[in-house]
Design a protein around this ligand. Structure first.
Ligand code: ADA
Length: 552
């Protein structure tokens, strides 16, 4: 299941059975091929907990015709072959990619995916970091059967005009034929619909059809009442329905008005958590049941937003946020990269590709209210600041219907405070330094105001403290005890909520996550232990504290 919504009723889609053969190729791997489940990461397999290297996934398929293979995510370099023919290559674990095999003779074929998770070389974004870069096919794989043309994209953008709602609809159709075709296209978005008749689709080309349609009588999407609507595009060839693409969307508007962030015209205060897409031994191949439980836990905590630190998430998680009413700050992949990291020859290309794929693939999710990029990268040097500006501009060009931001490091010297729609900063008073949270927030906000960020919404995009599950100090004094974490969070959250210049707070972090072994010094068990719940979602004492403050 690659989504929790139906995406095709006409197009034939199959999900191959989940057992694949995995062969590791480098030292530290397994002596013989093993069976494994896809999606999954190889670190779940006994003996491969720390394997970093090359591996081959293979799957025998009985199929034929024109096939489209869709990979939800492969961590983190992939080469896809059908019977030794290279179909596609992709870099980066957290966005989907597809490939076509045309006129495949019906019969048995082998789908082979060469994967590696080796740092260095051409990799600018996956570096040893304060989270783990796993190896494997971490998100679902689907196989689609196509005809001479198919719909590649259906984007619906809600618009508010006073009390009226409209929907901008955009449908892209791609020809796989050597000949020009005449097509009809029909699109529905909630109560509205539109038809385009007798359009010419040139040979082997794309066309995009756009329209604005009225949506009378609809209810808006809000975290309390997350009303969703269906969208559908149908392609007709020779008078017959030939292909379709369906999705869900919601009517909601995100606007920045001075220092306020408005949802459907109402100011919002963000009560959020940061969540890495990771679950205990399953790594970044999170089972959908665990995704659902995470969203339910966040709602139970009283959260209205989750930040997908530090990369785009599985669309099933976003579907669940749409469904249950949890706003999302989704961000491109990049954490804590220095100027030197950002000068890697592939950095710009990989960063821009990730942003472009993220926005195009997750466009319709009403839960996404903020796009983010470049967590705690270099925003101090001229070159770093210019890269931030290029990313902000890119996000606006891709989608101006949402606000954009970046979580900046708590330091003076940032040159980009005037550039994002929303200024966001990661602060750790009482954990990395002993400052009083209220005084520290006031000091930082004054500095932000004096250096270009005045009059914009200000979000504390990370704040928190560590605790090891089960380690107790009834006096609440010992660092890493559950009591000390709860006490620190109480002061941090209270300070943020009492500061009228703060637009929201996003706690670091929802759940404990594995980190790269090179980070072991400050990270007991090689985990970032600042979760409100541990990696198995067992609540720490801080869970109750946050719930008390967030639901008050
Ligand atoms: C940073 C960073 C997070 C995490 C956190 C921490 O703010 O953005 O990824 O490393 O610090 O735990 O120190």
């Amino acid at each position: 299941m690659d989504r929790i919504v139906t995406t095709h009723r006409l197009r034939k889609v199959c999900e191959p059975s989940p057992i694949w053969t995995l062969t590791t190729l480098d030292e530290g791997g397994l002596p013989a091929p093993v069976n494994t489940l896809v999606p999954g990461v190889w670190e779940s397999i006994p003996g491969l907990k720390t394997y970093r290297g090359h591996a081959v996934y293979e799957k025998k398929l009985t199929c034929g015709g024109t096939l489209r293979f869709v990979f939800g995510g492969v961590s983190f370099r992939a080469k896809v072959f059908l019977d030794d023919t290279l179909l596609a290559q992709h870099y980066g674990a957290y966005t989907a990619f597809d490939c076509l095999a045309e006129d495949v003779p019906f019969g048995q074929h082998t789908l082979r995916v060469e994967v590696d998770n080796l740092f260095g070389g051409d990799s600018a974004l996956h570096v040893p970091n304060d989270y783990y870069s796993y190896g494997g096919i971490n998100r679902p794989v689907t196989i689609e059967q196509l005809g001479s043309a198919y719909i590649t994209q259906l984007h619906v953008t809600p618009k508010r005009r006073g009390r009226m709602w409209l929907a901008d609809v955009s449908v892209t159709v791609r020809s796989l034929s050597d000949e020009e075709q005449v097509i009809d296209v029909e699109a529905k978005a909630g109560p509205g619909s539109i038809s385009w008749k007798h359009r010419t689709l040139p040979a082997k080309a794309d066309i995009t059809l756009t329209a604005t349609i009225a949506a009378p009588g609809v209810s808006p999407w809000t975290p309390d009442q997350p009303r969703l609507y269906n969208a559908e595009a149908i392609l007709w060839l020779d008078g017959e329905p030939a292909d379709d693409l369906c999705d869900r969307f919601g009517f909601r508007e995100v606007k920045v008005d001075g220092a306020q962030l408005l949802l459907n015209g109402e100011p919002i205060f963000i009560k959020g958590v940061n969540r890495h897409e990771e679950y205990a031994n399953f790594g970044c191949a999170v089972p959908v049941e665990a995704m659902m439980q995470d969203v339910q836990l966040m709602k139970d905590l009283g959260c209205n937003l989750v930040r997908t630190c530090h990369y785009p998430n599985d669309p099933r998680f976003l579907d669940l946020c749409d469904q249950l009413g949890l706003m999302v700050w989704e961000e491109g992949h990049a954490r804590g990269l220095s100027l030197e990291n950002m000068q890697h020859p592939n950095f710009m290309e990989q960063t821009m590709t990730c942003l472009t794929e993220m926005v195009a693939q997750h466009w319709n999710h009403p839960s996404i209210v903020l796009w983010g990029c470049l967590n705690e990268c270099d925003d101090v040097s001229d070159e770093g600041a210019s890269i931030y500006r290029q990313c902000f501009q890119k996000l606006h060009e891709l989608d101006a219907s949402r606000a954009m931001t970046a979580a900046l490091l708590d330091r003076t010297g940032s040159q980009v405070l005037a550039d994002p729609d929303v200024v966001s900063m990661n602060l750790y008073p009482l954990w990395y330094h002993e400052s009083d949270p209220a005084a520290h927030m006031a000091k930082i906000k004054t500095w932000v105001n004096e250096h270009g960020g005045a009059g914009k919404p200000f979000i504390i995009s990370e704040i928190g403290a560590g605790a090891i599950t089960g380690y107790h100090d009834p006096f609440g004094q010992a660092k890493w005890s559950e009591e000390r974490q709860a006490a620190i969070l109480r002061r941090q959250i209270t300070a943020a909520m009492e500061n009228p210049e703060v637009t929201g707070i996003i706690l670091w972090q929802f759940a404990d996550v594995r980190v790269d072994e090179s980070w072991f010094y400050n990270r007991p068990k090689c985990y970032n232990n600042k979760g409100l719940v541990d990696e198995y979602r067992r609540p720490k004492l801080s869970y109750a504290t946050v719930k008390e403050l967030y639901t008050k």
